[in-house]
Design a protein around this ligand. Structure first.
Ligand code: ZN
Length: 115
């Protein structure tokens, strides 16, 4: 058994594995006898990377939207002197969205470094 790099996400995986356990790239389809060339394999891997990056970018955007939504609600409802409990929910949404955004940014950065 050898350790190879996944063609899609560049993570280290076993050469015996059929599907990458990091990005679900199908290595069997890539190496099967139905005549996939190196180029086709590379374009498949590129597509997988693009999909992953797109999904991360969407998650970062969702994080920002949650953050802004929570913050705006917190700010305006807070200014109207509404009850404390709802206050915490909005602040929680803002913090959750902000944290989600930051985590996704870090994941995007480490993801881009691998390319
Ligand atoms: Zn992979």
């Amino acid at each position: 058994m050898a350790i190879i790099n996944c063609p899609a996400c560049k993570e280290r995986i076993s050469s015996k594995t059929k599907v990458c356990n990091h990005c679900n790239f199908n290595l069997v389809a890539g190496e099967s006898t139905d005549g996939l060339t190196e180029e086709q394999l590379e374009s498949k891997a590129k597509l997988a990377r693009m999909k992953k990056r797109y999904s991360l970018q969407m998650q970062a955007m969702a994080g920002i939207i949650l953050f802004l939504l929570g913050f705006v609600l917190w700010y305006f409802l807070g200014n109207r002197g509404l009850s404390q409990p709802s206050h915490f929910i909005e602040l929680g949404i803002a913090i959750f969205g902000g944290a989600w955004y930051l985590i996704t940014r870090v994941r995007l950065m480490t993801f881009k470094k691998k390319q």
